[in-house]
Every structure is written in C-alpha cells, then in structure tokens.
Design a protein around this ligand. Structure first.
Ligand code: PLP
Length: 402
C-alpha cells in the first residue's frame, strides 16, 4: 500500500540542519536555520524565560490538565494586547485561539478562511517563508495560490511597484493577501510606513483580506511597537476584517514549546462569536487543545511587569547582536572587495538576508568550507560570531572570485 506513495521532497532547511550536525569539521558554520544563536553559536535561553520557568516550577497548584479549547486564557489576552495594542473594548470583536506556534496559526487560519469565505485566490509574496506555499497547498480546497513580486533580485530592494500593481490589477474581492508583519523572511526587507499605508488602502479599495504573519515582534528591531506597526495600522486605522498568525518561537526562544495564537479580527461581536465557534471546531478536530507549558511561560512573562521589562532587555540583546554581526560581516566583505552587493545587509531587518550567492557557490561553501546556507542564498545572521565572521567572509570571497 505505502510502497506506491509518491516521493515527497525532503525539507531543505531541516536536511541542512541534520547535515550540519553530522559534520565533524571544527570550523563549521551554520547559516541556515531561523533560530537565534548566542555569541558562541549556541542556543540561548532568555533570562526572562528562565526566571518564569523557575517561578512556574514553584507553583504547587500546577497540574497537567487540558487548557480550555481556545487555549490558555492569560496567554490569549496578553497576546492580543501585545500585537494589536488592544483595549478591552477592541478585543470584543477579535476571535483568538491558541495554536501550535506560528506554523499552526498559519495553518488554522488557512483552514478557517477556506471554510469560512471560500476565497478564490491567496496572494503570497515572492519569495516568502517556504511554509506559506506548503500550508496553502495542504489546505487545498480549490483556492488558487498566486504570488506578488516582492523582491527585486538585481538591486536587493523591495519591488513595491510590482507588489502594489499586482494587488491592484489582479487581486479580486475576497482574496487573501499574506503579509509579513515585520522582518520579512527570507529577504529581511520591510515596507516603510507610507508603503504599509498604501497596501492598506489597496486592501480596503479592493476588499481584500489581509492575513498577517507576525513571527518576529520585538525580535526584529528590539522595539515591540515598531515591529507591530503594520498590524496596528491595519487594526486601528482601517475597518478591514483580517487575520494575524502570532508566533512566540523567536521572540521568546521557545522554539520547541510551540506557542502561538491565531487572531481573526471580525469587527462585530456577532461575527466574532461565529468565528470563535468555527475556530474551536477546526482546532478540536486537529489538536483538541493546545500545549500548556510554553503558553504558561509566555503568559507569566507578559503578565509580570519586572519579567516583561527583563524580556524587553533580552529582545534588545538579541537584536543588537544581530545588528553588530551584520556590520562585522559587511565590513569584512568590503575590506576584501568581495564581488557582490553586500551593503543592504546592514539595513536588512531581523535574522535573514539574501546574499545573491549562486547554487554552485553555495555547494562549494558547504563542501570545501563547511558553511551551510539555504540553496536560495538566504543567510541567517545569528549563525555568525566574532570567532567565525572573518572565516565566513573569506570563504564568501573565495567562492565569488573563483
Ligand atoms: N512565519 C514566518 C515568517 C517564519 O519565518 C516562521 C519561522 O521561521 C514561522 C512563521 C513559524 O514559526 P513557528 O512555527 O516556529 O512559530
């Protein structure tokens, strides 16, 4: 029966992670995964998270019961406030449910939209986080997947004209538009505030449904409000119904805990009640209830003034390290006069940048220098450290002048 299954391609990112782990070369460098790494290229437990974990361990009332079907309540409320800067009145029209991290929020949102609205088309940026295409393909219910041209590969800038004109000319009423709230993956290029306003205007004029993916709030720039500006603009300054997939993987370093929330902004209480019922049913059939451990940690940090302050310091620490490694890499490449366009790496936001390196160069980097990056040429800045940045720059130089 299963021997006749069609071949399914292995996931490029996770295959690289395994190859990197198996590599015994002492100077190997991992620039592929979207995980934060510390000054020694090791996983980092945020001090705020560590403290919250300890506090939870001392809670003698804790048990292992299910969370409610919509998830851990304190997490949901804090999540709403965090991303929308919402008041109690605002939240009366938002249907929110805890999910299996950002991936689960994207997936449940896609399922919900497919059931609720039967859109004709979902518009995804080209390029985008690889799972956007995968998720919408999996949910497949006749919804066409289309892309809008986000990235100008020649100049390493946003193709804003292409984005706007595609949505203006080709998108139709009810279509879904996937938008990266901040720190666009994989380009590291974000819209300016004026550009976000223009996208919001197009969504209103054409009656499109924005679906924000917010995987990096606070992690991108270290500033929670700045990183949520786009979402908050759409929420407070338009009357659009919209979705937000919120992940706590990167900004809390809770990758394996799988903490996320899906928000459906309904604008009326009746719509909210219907959306909540549908979300509950869909989630019940998939996961029954969401995991509680990570949810409690996030809720604890966000609900405690001191811990929240510590968390904001932790976010600044991570974003400063990424910024300083961006500068170190660019300086090292410019010093060598390495062929290519590198200066955009200084202003890109978050953990990723596109290098423009070609597949054969990427292969050589892996085979000869034990440096791992995705076939698209995307690098994760967090794999860089003071110890390896010159080695990486030298290897980039060698493969580009060869
Ligand atoms: N969305 C984007 C844009 C991402 O880059 C990622 C992770 O890389 C996610 C969502 C999902 O993250 P998670 O499911 O680990 O929370």
């Amino acid at each position: 029966l299963f021997a006749n299954l069609p071949e399914a391609a292995t996931d490029a990112a996770f295959a690289l992670i395994e190859a990197y782990k198996a590599d015994t070369f002492p100077l190997k460098v991992d620039l592929s995964p979207g995980f934060y790494r510390d000054e020694d290229a090791r996983p980092w437990i945020l001090p705020s998270v560590e403290k919250a974990k300890q506090d939870l361990l001392n809670d003698s009332t804790a048990d292992h019961e299910h969370a409610p079907i919509l998830g851990h309540e304190a997490l949901i409320h804090s999540a709403q406030r965090l991303v929308f800067d919402a008041t109690c009145e605002d939240t009366a029209t938002i249907a929110s449910i805890q999910t299996i991290a950002g991936t689960g929020a994207n997936h449940l949102g896609a399922l919900f939209l497919a059931k609720a609205r039967c859109p004709r088309t979902v518009w995804i940026s080209d390029p985008s986080w690889i799972n956007h295409q995968e998720i919408w393909q999996l949910v497949d219910s006749g919804i066409e997947r289309q892309t809008y041209p986000y990235f100008d590969k020649q100049s390493f800038i946003i193709d804003f004209e292409g984005t706007i004109s595609t949505l203006n000319l080709k998108a139709r009423e009810g279509d879904i538009v996937i938008l990266h709230g901040c720190a666009h993956n994989p380009t590291g290029l974000d819209l300016t505030k004026d550009q976000w306003k223009a996208v919001a205007d197009v969504c209103e004029e054409k009656k499109l449904v924005p679906f924000f993916d917010v995987a990096y709030q606070g992690f991108a720039t270290g500033d929670l409000a700045e990183d949520a500006w786009s979402v908050r603009h759409f929420f407070h300054n338009t009357s659009l119904e919209m979705l937000v997939a919120q992940s706590f993987s990167k900004n809390f370093g809770l990758y394996g805990e799988r903490v996320g929330v899906l928000h459906v902004v309904c604008r009326t209480e009746i719509a909210r009640s219907k959306a909540t019922n549908m979300l509950s049913r869909l989630s019940r059939a998939e996961i029954t209830t969401a995991p509680i451990n990570g949810a409690k940690i996030v809720a604890k940090v966000l609900g405690d003034t001191n811990l929240k302050q510590q968390w904001q310091n932790d976010l600044l620490h991570m974003s400063h390290r990424m910024k300083s490694m961006r500068k170190r890499l660019v300086d090292a490449l410019l010093k060598r006069q390495t062929p290519g366009a590198w200066e955009h790496i200084l202003t890109d936001i978050g953990m990723f940048s596109m290098t423009g390196l070609q597949p054969d160069q990427i292969q050589t980097l892996k085979e000869r220098y034990h440096i791992y990056l995705l076939p698209s040429g995307r690098i994760s800045i967090t794999g860089l450290t003071e110890h390896n940045v010159e080695y990486v720059a030298e290897a980039f130089h060698k493969v580009t002048v060869a």
